[in-house]
Design a protein around this ligand. Structure first.
Ligand code: UD1
Ligand code: CA
Length: 450
């Protein structure tokens, strides 16, 4: 089968410089959702008809298996489909999708294709408010034609069965029908919908099917509709997670923008956002207001509220947060504790080590059973280059210490509070750099002159 995705429309009502089909839903462009669903049907080819914001659309979706057909100017949906014709295999049917109808499901499309057989098939729905859509005109039950809202009589407008726009057509005949389209209508456009009357005239059977759910066929024309479909998408994700046994404090307050794989007995509190590919192991809990992006969390780890975790690998039974920030390249072994206002970047921390308060650990290798005191900072950047810090096993670092990299702290060493470490600290010993404390007795505070 050929798949053609119509995506040349202007999207005026989005009031945006971004082409409509590139507006993100669940973190990826509307058009990318449609492409992914199309791909899952394993078609012979996928052709995207683009126009408005053309190069940006192509660049955003750049993938080898996509064929691009430019439509300029945009003279209607029939004219749009005609631009794809040179690319299509005439021997197999063509499925027409819309780039701004992102939630259509593969099962729905499969049954539409089945219904078409060697003929044509339309995906239709009944709406309480059909305003704005093309209406399906039947006689004795059979589809005869489609009439657009703007061209319809009062009686036709009263019909509630509408054209979703998604259809399957026999490609070789479609070519003839498209060539015969005229734009003598209210919008002076070449309507794709007019091919249905042409099919009926040619005695090609036109069947119709319904989608599994009405939301599958909803399009995005405005920011309000975009937000509505985002909620539908997220509701479906939440339902699937709960179906698999995940505990959600509130299924209406979770956002998954990518994939979220969960083990058994995972619990997620309110207002968490998951981006990219995130994996939560058995028994993991995520507190309220966390953002996790491409993170792997091993079994039994606890993420406390208000954490921002990015491209990090978190070991079993770790305790992270509240208010922790893990940046890309962070790898934590089991039972590591990262507490409030601690930032870790491009660092590996071995088992049972702790940085519980107010610290920056960057470009650092930390051994096991290390304690990093409050206010400790690795000075990894000299203004031009980044340097590594190495902290070996069993080290104890006192509060408010700066480690000026490159520097190494030997196994079992202790650094006194307030140390500015500029040379390696030997193993097993106490290293301290601190101005000697003095007391000046009899010193008088200055007083304000009168
Ligand atoms: C179209 C259908 C209508 C159906 C409705 C469902 C026609 C004539 N009408 O109407 O029966 O109920 O969709 O939403 O087909 N596009 C192009 N090039 C163009 C015009 C449109 O690529 O020149 C693309 C748009 O980007 C969009 C799709 O085709 O993805 C539908 O276009 P739109 O203008 O929304 O069609 P409607 O007038 O709403
Ligand atoms: Ca539309």
């Amino acid at each position: 089968m050929n798949v053609v995705i119509l995506a040349a429309g202007l999207g005026k009502r989005m009031h945006s410089d971004l082409p409509k089909v590139l507006h993100p839903l669940a973190g990826k462009p509307l058009l990318a959702h449609v492409v992914a669903t199309a791909r899952s049907l394993k078609p012979g080819l996928i052709c995207i008809v683009y126009g408005h914001g053309g190069e940006r659309v192509r660049a955003a979706l750049a993938q080898d298996d996509l064929i691009w057909a430019k439509q300029e100017p945009q003279l209607g949906t029939g004219h749009a489909l005609a631009q794809a014709l040179p690319h299509l295999n005439p021997k197999v049917p063509t499925l027409v999708l819309y780039g701004d109808v992102p939630l259509i499901r593969a099962e729905t499309l499969r049954s539409l294709c089945q219904a078409a057989g060697k003929g044509a098939a339309l995906l239709t729905v009944e709406l309480d408010d059909p305003h704005g859509y093309g209406r399906i005109i039947r006689s004795r039950g059979a589809v005869r034609r489609i009439v657009e809202e703007k061209d319809a009589t009062k009686a036709e407008r009263a019909l509630r069965e509408i054209n979703t726009g998604i259809m399957v057509l026999p490609t070789a005949r479609m070519k003839t029908w498209l060539a015969g389209l005229r734009n003598k209508n209210a919008q002076k456009e070449y309507y794709l919908t007019d091919v249905i009357a042409a099919a009926v005239a040619d005695k090609v059977p036109v069947s119709s099917t319904r989608p599994g759910a009405a939301w599958e066929t909803l399009g995005v024309n405005s920011k309000a509709q975009l937000a509505e479909l985002e909620r539908t998408f997220q509701r479906n994700v939440a339902a699937a997670l709960m179906q698999d046994g995940v505990t959600l404090a509130d299924p209406a307050r979770i956002d998954v923008r990518g994939s979220l794989a969960c083990g058994r007995d995972v619990a997620i509190d309110v207002n968490c956002v998951f981006e990219g590919e995130t994996v939560l192991g058995d028994g993991v809990s995520v507190g309220a207001n966390c953002v996790l992006s491409n993170v792997k969390v091993a079994a039994g780890a606890r993420i406390e509220p208000f954490c921002h975790l990015q491209e990090a690998d978190i070991g079993a039974r770790c305790r992270i947060g509240p208010y922790a920030r893990l940046r890309p390249g962070t790898t934590l072994a089991e039972e590591v504790h990262i507490g409030n206002f601690v930032e870790v970047k491009a660092s590996q921390i071995a088992a049972r080590s702790k940085a519980n308060h107010l610290a920056y650990v960057g470009d650092t290798t930390v051994g096991r059973d290390v304690n990093i005191g409050a206010g400790t900072i690795t000075c990894n950047y000299d203004g031009a280059n980044k340097h590594r810090t190495i902290i070996e096993d069993d080290v104890h670092i006192g509060s408010d210490t700066q480690l000026v990299a490159p520097v190494r702290v030997g196994k079992g060493a202790t650094l006194g509070a307030g140390t500015t470490l500029t040379k390696d600290a030997p193993r097993g010993a106490l290293t301290i750099s601190r101005v000697k404390q003095i007391t000046i007795t009899g010193w008088k505070r200055p007083v304000k002159k009168k």
